[in-house]
Every structure is written in structure tokens, then in C-alpha cells.
Write a protein that binds this ligand. Structure first.
Ligand code: ZN
Length: 359
């Protein structure tokens, strides 16, 4: 008779969520190694809270097989969770669905599947769609919509109005794509003047649009950075880079709070350890991320510790170029009290950096 030893380890109190470790078996014929399965492991991604708000790491632009992406919606959610994000929006194209013959032709379906997974795994999933038209209008994400099917109309301005009637936040996507030119066309000026565009991508996928941070300042738009992911995040970033994300300063971790923060434009675009947004938020992120210990006051010998996952780049005194402050490392340096430090990874406007003192 087969000798059976079963060790049941209830590791997590969640039941019914696929990918959750509930039991571990070891018998004469089967040894299980759940530690080789990364499904239940999430990367810690530390960006500090500021000004009494929670700093949520968000991606407001992601595709699935329901448009031209490569992943099923629930996997897109799992992937974002594993990458350390707090919020993901599924924003499949309305107008471009190469797989539509294979899949149910319902524009709400990808979000339904994604939200079900988000509910099971404690991940906030925002319902969105990408209104996908040629330039001059270009592409816009409608976030927090109720019914994506109603956006499938010929007139793009009518699609935007429909999304707005559903309470949507409208994000202008990749203004510099596909013609390598970032242009505000009259249609955008008109929509912005009417309060029909609320945010704009300073960064999309692997492109930044340096002028766009000035637009966000001039027109009061929320600066955003998103992946616009179609394939696998592991292939795109492979652990070496943080995936692009929009930092949202929210009152709490709920959909309502994220929406409130977006409409209040409390965001910073974060890509490749570059932070772009209002100077107030950038300075607050610097102060909350770095701590300083004075070793010798007269000689100005200090230790600076970076308590975040952002690589800060700093320049001061006689330094000819920036030096990095790596995540969770301490750097010893000479920095006298009152010395101005330039943070060349913190961009409040085109060709401008945050300059501040650390003590
Ligand atoms: Zn897209």
C-alpha cells in the first residue's frame, strides 16, 4: 500500500482565487516545489507616501487579446500585481480588434474578466477603453466608463461625449506617436478648453514627449506615464527596469479615491527612474525618499540614504555630471549645509530640474 504523507499548509486565507497556494503534497511518488512557482510572489515596489496621501503605482493603458494584445485579461492583472503595481486599467481599442472573429464581440468583456481577477486578488482594476482614431485627434483612453459598447460610434467626438456622460476621465495618449511629432491640434485645444481632456501621457511604452510636461502645466492636465503594454511585461522590462507608471496621490486605495485624485491632477509620471510632474510633488517625493545623517558638520560629511525604488540622480558642488543614489543604499559624500542639489531625474518642466537643499 502506498505510504502517503500529506502536509496541508494554508498559507493564505484567500480561497477560490486561482494561483493561490493552499496545499502542499509530498509522497513517495510526488514531491511538490511550490517555491518554484512565482504565481504568489509580488515584487515590492517602494515609492513613499506624500502630503498625507497614499502613493499608488498605476498603469492606465494596457491591452489584452480582446484588442491587439497577447495576453488574456486576467493574466494582465496578475502580471501587474506581480510587478508591484496597485492599479491597472484595461483599455482595449474600440476600433481595432484583430482577434474579434475569435472572441465575443462585446467591448465590455475584457474588463469583466480582468475585474473578476482583480476582485479575487485584491488588485484594483479600472474599466477603460481606447478611442483609437487617426491624427489629428489620435488616441484617447476613456477611464472609469460604465459601458464600452456605447463608445463604438462613428464620430470620435460623440464617442468622447458618450464616455464623459458615463463619468469618464479622458487621457490623451502618446501625443508624439506615430509621426514623431508632438502637436496640439485645434481639436485638442477645443476639447481641453471645454474640460473634455483631463490627462496626457508624458511617457508611453518606451517614448517620452518632453514638451508635454509643459502642456500639462499650461493646461492643467494630469501628467501620466503608462506601458501601453501589448506583450508580456517580463519581456518588455525583464526585471532590470521599473515598468513605466503613473504615481497617483490618493486619499485611500479605492476606485473612487483614484478617480478623485486623477480629476484633482495629483499625479507624477514615472519612467526609467525619471519623475515628471508638478514641482511640489517632485520635491515631496525627494524629501520622503531620502534621509540624511550628518557625520561631520564642519566638514560637511554626510550620509544620504535612498529609501525608495527610484534611482535618484544628483549633481552639486563641483560635480560635472550626476551621480546615482541607488535604491536602499547609502552614499557618503561632502555636502555642506545649504548646498543646492540638482535632481536631474526630476523634471517639473521641459529642460528644467528640481533644485533643492537636503539640509
Ligand atoms: Zn494603446
Amino acid at each position: 500500500m502506498k505510504r502517503l504523507t500529506a502536509i496541508f499548509l494554508v498559507l493564505l486565507g484567500v480561497s477560490g482565487a486561482a494561483g493561490t497556494v493552499n496545499a502542499q503534497i509530498r509522497n513517495d511518488e510526488v514531491y511538490e516545489f511550490p517555491n518554484l512557482n512565482e504565481d504568489n510572489y509580488r515584487q515590492s515596489l517602494i515609492v513613499p507616501d506624500i502630503e498625507g496621501y497614499k502613493t499608488l503605482k498605476c498603469d492606465f493603458h494596457a491591452h489584452t487579446v480582446f484588442s491587439d494584445g497577447k495576453l488574456w485579461p486576467d493574466q494582465r492583472v496578475d502580471e501587474a500585481w506581480a510587478d508591484g503595481l496597485d492599479v491597472i486599467a484595461i483599455t482595449d481599442h474600440i476600433e481595432y480588434r484583430p482577434n474579434k472573429e475569435l472572441l465575443i464581440s462585446d467591448f465590455n468583456k475584457s474588463n469583466e474578466i480582468a475585474r473578476k481577477r482583480g476582485d479575487a486578488s485584491g488588485m484594483l482594476v479600472i474599466k477603460g477603453s481606447e478611442i483609437t482614431r487617426s491624427k489629428p485627434l489620435g488616441h484617447l483612453n476613456a477611464l472609469f466608463i460604465q459601458d464600452a459598447n456605447k463608445l463604438d460610434v462613428k464620430d470620435p467626438l460623440a464617442a468622447i461625449d458618450e464616455a464623459l456622460s458615463q463619468g469618464a476621465f479622458i487621457q490623451w495618449n502618446h501625443p508624439g506617436w506615430p509621426n514623431d511629432t508632438s502637436t496640439i491640434y485645434p481639436v485638442h485645444r477645443d476639447l481641453i478648453a471645454k474640460g473634455k481632456i483631463h490627462g496626457v501621457e508624458v511617457f508611453n511604452s518606451s517614448e517620452s514627449y518632453p514638451e508635454v510636461i509643459d502642456w500639462s502645466n499650461e493646461f492643467g492636465l494630469a501628467p501620466m506615464a503608462n506601458t501601453d503594454i501589448h506583450g508580456l511585461s517580463a519581456m518588455g522590462y525583464r526585471g532590470r527596469f521599473l515598468r513605466p507608471m503613473t504615481l497617483v496621490f490618493a486619499k485611500e486605495y479605492t476606485e473612487e479615491a483614484v478617480k478623485e485624485a486623477l480629476f484633482a491632477k495629483r499625479t507624477v509620471a514615472c519612467y526609467n527612474s525619471t519623475l515628471s510632474g508638478k514641482e511640489e510633488y517632485l520635491t515631496a517625493l525627494i524629501k520622503a525618499s531620502l534621509s540624511l545623517r550628518v557625520i561631520n558638520k564642519e566638514k560637511g560629511v554626510v550620509e544620504i540614504t535612498n529609501n525608495s525604488d527610484i534611482i535618484f540622480q544628483i549633481k552639486y558642488g563641483k560635480l560635472m555630471y550626476s551621480v546615482p543614489l541607488y535604491p536602499f543604499q547609502t552614499m557618503r559624500t561632502s555636502l555642506r549645509a545649504g548646498t543646492e542639489v540638482t535632481f536631474t531625474n526630476c523634471i517639473p518642466a521641459k529642460d528644467r530640474y528640481v533644485v533643492t537643499t537636503l539640509w
